[in-house]
Design a protein around this ligand. Structure first.
Ligand SMILES: Nc1ncnc2c1ncn2[C@@H]1O[C@H](COP(=O)(O)OP(=O)(O)OP(=O)(O)O)[C@@H](O)[C@H]1O
Ligand SMILES: [Mg+2]
Length: 259
């Protein structure tokens, strides 16, 4: 039987995921500063509550709670109101506490997830776990334990990860989270004709088919809006594009006349 889907409510993006994230799965969204990671994650939680009746929890390691609520409100997402209605909990924490509170069955986060009946959880961001150790094996173990604890709770999670690459080759990130998660999504900047655009692609999705194309998206006043593919372009994932040979030909010689 086909597993149920947790729709993000972001049109086109759900189509790319063949309907949405698989329920109970762990999904990594990685991108450079300002690519819209927090926005997508908030949108996933907000739409989950408002459109799909799925309560949510946001665990963030950001230092300024008021800023977080303020940023969400810019998109019209009143997180405080949803918290007052008992449909959302935003938890401001640190990596050490978060790991402890989610691993321990009697821990505070587990209690919150269960009392709220949360179906969706966001972690903003997984990168902060790197502050707990310099040892790669130990980091991998911490990340695996954290993600397994979320799975044990049966929630669909969106895990964010920072990537320093602004353009050009994607920087190697030390941890191995992409191997542990079910879905791996990359957000990145691309240079096209001297302007910077944003591109999104689903690199892997365990247990489901997914669209393989690279799509343009924008951060708008309504949140993330996914648009068309980059027709006539090559090299998108290298960060710097060029015309396909056909389009380069058209640029120089114009369209071939049909006889
Ligand atoms: N009301 C708005 N209208 C249009 N764009 C907006 C609006 N509010 C925020 N943005 C843009 O959304 C973009 C994404 O911000 P977001 O905080 O989601 O990125 P991020 O990937 O989480 O960044 P960071 O790595 O710093 O955490 C920003 O570049 C910002 O300019
Ligand atoms: Mg962010």
């Amino acid at each position: 039987m086909e597993t149920a889907r947790a729709k993000t409510g972001i049109s086109v993006f759900d189509d790319m995921l063949f309907g949405g994230f698989l329920e109970g799965s762990a999904n990594l969204i990685e991108g450079a500063p300002g690519t819209g990671k927090t926005t997508i994650a908030m949108q996933f939680i907000y739409n989950g509550i408002v459109n799909y009746d799925e309560p949510g929890v946001i665990i963030t390691f950001e230092e300024f709670p008021q800023q977080y609520y303020h940023d969400a409100l810019q998109f019209g997402w009143d997180l405080k109101k949803l918290e007052a209605e008992g449909k959302l909990k935003v938890i401001f924490s640190d990596p050490e506490t978060a790991l402890d509170e989610i691993e321990n069955m009697e821990g505070g986060f587990v209690t919150i997830i269960e009392e709220l009946g949360a179906k969706r959880v966001v972690i903003d961001s997984m990168t902060h776990f790197e502050s707990l150790t310099r040892n790669r094996l130990e980091l991998r173990d911490i990340e695996r334990r954290f993600i397994n604890s979320l799975k044990r709770e049966g929630v669909t999670s969106v895990l964010l990860r920072e990537n320093d690459s602004l353009l050009g080759q994607i920087a190697h990130v030390g941890s191995k989270i992409p191997f542990i998660v079910d879905t791996y999504i990359l957000l990145r900047y691309v240079e096209i004709d001297s302007s910077i655009q944003k591109a999104l692609t689903v690199l892997k999705m365990r247990g489901s088919n997914h669209q393989k194309d690279i799509r343009k998206y924008q951060c708008t006043a309504k949140g993330i809006e996914v648009e068309s593919t980059f027709a006539g372009r090559e090299g998108i994932m290298s960060g710097i594009t060029r015309h396909t040979p056909e389009d380069a030909f058209i640029d120089v010689f114009g369209k071939k006349k049909s006889r």
